[in-house]
Design a protein around this ligand. Structure first.
Ligand code: NAD
Length: 515
């Protein structure tokens, strides 16, 4: 199965891939990184790591290619992106399966992730004729003013392991439509998906005569990562990952006065009012917290529920959690796959233990899965977990983003109390409210900002599963970046304010005379 998939995606005998593993053997070379299947804990393939010299070659090519690519009219770039979208359509199932194999999310979510990349290609094609600048009146006679958005340069794209295809898609498709070239530094945890994804885009670009538009550099943070973020040839570094990573990357890029677009961690909450549609709230909360085994930046990590319905809702939630089918992500019956690796399992166990020591009550889960057989017996499976906070809602562990399926439950009396609790974390990515009353929903979305302080706010929907049409991202320690839809493309462009005189006399702004 694995070999067949890798063959279909042209990954067998690939120059970057050192070995396809069929058994338990591990290569001894230290200049390769292993891609593992988290459902078995076994390696899938070894990938050659790029060196400092490789990085230099790739960056020089991206800088050179930019000088030509920026001359291509934006609608023609749109033609490139349209063809790339079609090429992904042809391998939607295979690429989605590779995401599932290497990252461990279930196949339906893997396919959904690739669909997101296809969606952003469609969006980018439309944008290629709509990257509007505005005009404004000049204060001077016989003068005109306008703003235009120009290609910027090579963009460095650093991605997290959990969306090994779509996060690049969001960035690269917008960067390319804006006239930029892209150099992708993927997570070393999911390099195979990156190779397959990037190869397809660059193959299509090459067929159209555009070389080196989409490049990949697979290397360590110390060698390749640090070189990239400090490199002035990248006017923009778009980095997706943990808050710690973003703090470091953001400060290095700012130190050279470059731009960074940071998409970092979340600690997302769902608020449930007593008059909400509780069936809807239940389904959404389970999907939000259990989906992708709690490894989405937008996963629901906290449930803030009106005290009058907390007991009955928690009982239903426990029943739903205990019926979640855990297993092989590629099996269509599975609802929850594994965590990514043993480090992640240790983080999960630590969070459960600490939360219980802090007074939390374990309602369900909290353990490794031990009843899976065959190859899955060595996978990184855990049970979805619910921990109820003690009276007074004091549970410091819940303030951290643990990248695992743990849901902490808090109760409230007044809506303001719920908003305060929801906003009382350092991250500000996604938030949701389930409410029957439109007043409660509107207060959550208060245009004066007294409701949710997050970049994403949902009403009668869970915290995860964003559409590509809106700008995606969050505030506070989530980094403030916006990717994907709306006007996120502007981050990949250089703004220029143009003033054009068409008279015969010198007119100075602010009425200054200089004669
Ligand atoms: P991570 O921070 O460990 O790694 C993310 C990326 O940063 C990787 O490619 C890594 O190699 C790179 N990196 C780390 N140090 C670097 C350095 N010094 N220089 C250059 N690159 C460096 O994150 P992860 O474990 O892969 O992903 C999980 C995290 O990502 C979670 O916190 C999650 O919330 C977040 N995330 C956020 C979003 C979002 O859009 N807000 C989306 C997906 C994931």
């Amino acid at each position: 199965m694995t070999h067949e998939l890798l063959t279909k995606l042209n990954l067998v005998n690939h120059p970057r891939i050192v070995t396809d593993f069929t058994g338990d053997e591990t290569p001894e070379k230290d200049n390769i990184v292993l891609s593992y299947n988290p459902a078995t804990g076994k390696p899938i393939a070894g990938i050659r790591l790029d060196s400092q010299e490789d990085y230099e070659v790739v960056t020089a090519k991206a800088a050179k290619a930019f000088k030509e690519f920026r001359k291509i009219p934006a609608p023609k770039r749109g033609e490139l992106i349209r063809r790339i979208g079609n090429a992904y359509r042809e391998v939607l199932e295979e690429l989605g399966s590779l995401v599932a194999l290497e990252m461990g999310k279930i196949k339906a979510e893997g396919i959904g992730e690739v669909q997101e990349t296809i969606d952003i290609t469609d969006f980018a094609v439309g944008l290629s004729r709509q990257m509007y600048g505005i005009t404004m009146p000049s204060e001077r006679p016989e003068h005109a003013m306008k703003e235009q958005w120009l290609p910027m340069g090579p963009v460095g794209i650093i991605t997290a392991f959990n969306f090994p295809n779509a996060v690049w898609g969001w960035n690269a498709m917008l960067a390319a439509i804006a006239g930029d070239t892209c150099v992708w530094k993927p997570s070393l945890i999911a390099p195979l998906t990156a190779i397959a994804t990037n190869d397809i885009a660059q193959r299509v670009a090459s067929e159209m005569g555009y070389e080196d538009i989409f490049q990949l550099v697979i290397g360590t943070d110390a060698i390749v990562g640090e070189s990239m973020i400090a490199d002035r040839r990248y006017p923009l570094i778009s980095a997706t990952g943990s808050c710690d990573m973003g703090r470091h990357v953001g400060s290095v890029v700012a130190g050279r006065l470059g731009k960074s677009l940071l998409e970092l961690g979340g600690n997302n909450a769902v608020i449930i009012e007593a008059d909400a549609n509780l069936d809807l709230a239940l389904q959404s909360t389970v999907f939000g917290s259990v989906g992708t085994c709690g490894q989405r930046c937008t996963s629901t990590r906290r449930l803030i529920i009106h005290e009058s319905i907390a007991d009955s809702f928690c009982a239903k939630l426990v029943t739903a959690y205990e019926s979640v089918r855990i297993g092989d992500p590629l099996d269509s019956n599975t609802l929850m796959g594994p965590l990514i690796n043993e480090q992640s399992v240790a983080g999960y166990e630590h969070a459960v233990k600490t939360a219980c020591e802090q007074g939390g009550t374990l309602l369900t889960g909290g353990t490794r899965v031990t009843n899976l057989e065959g190859d899955l017996a060595t996978g990184h499976f855990v049970t979805p977990t619910i921990i109820r906070a003690p009276e007074g809602n004091n549970l410091p562990m819940a303030l951290d983003e643990t990248f695992a399926p743990i849901l902490y439950v808090f109760t409230y009396k007044t809506l303001q109390e719920a908003f305060d609790m929801q906003n009382d974390v350092v991250q500000g990515l996604s938030s949701a409210i389930f409410a029957g009353s439109s007043n409660a929903a509107q207060r959550f979305l208060d245009p004066c900002g007294t409701g949710s302080d997050c970049g994403l706010a949902y009403v009668n929907l869970g915290t995860s599963g964003a559409e590509i049409g809106g700008a995606f991202g969050g505030e506070k320690d989530t980094g403030g970046g916006r990717e994907s839809g709306s006007d996120a493309w502007k981050a990949y462009s250089r703004r220029q304010t143009c003033t054009i005189g068409f008279g015969e006399t010198l007119e100075l702004a602010q009425g200054i005379r200089f004669e």
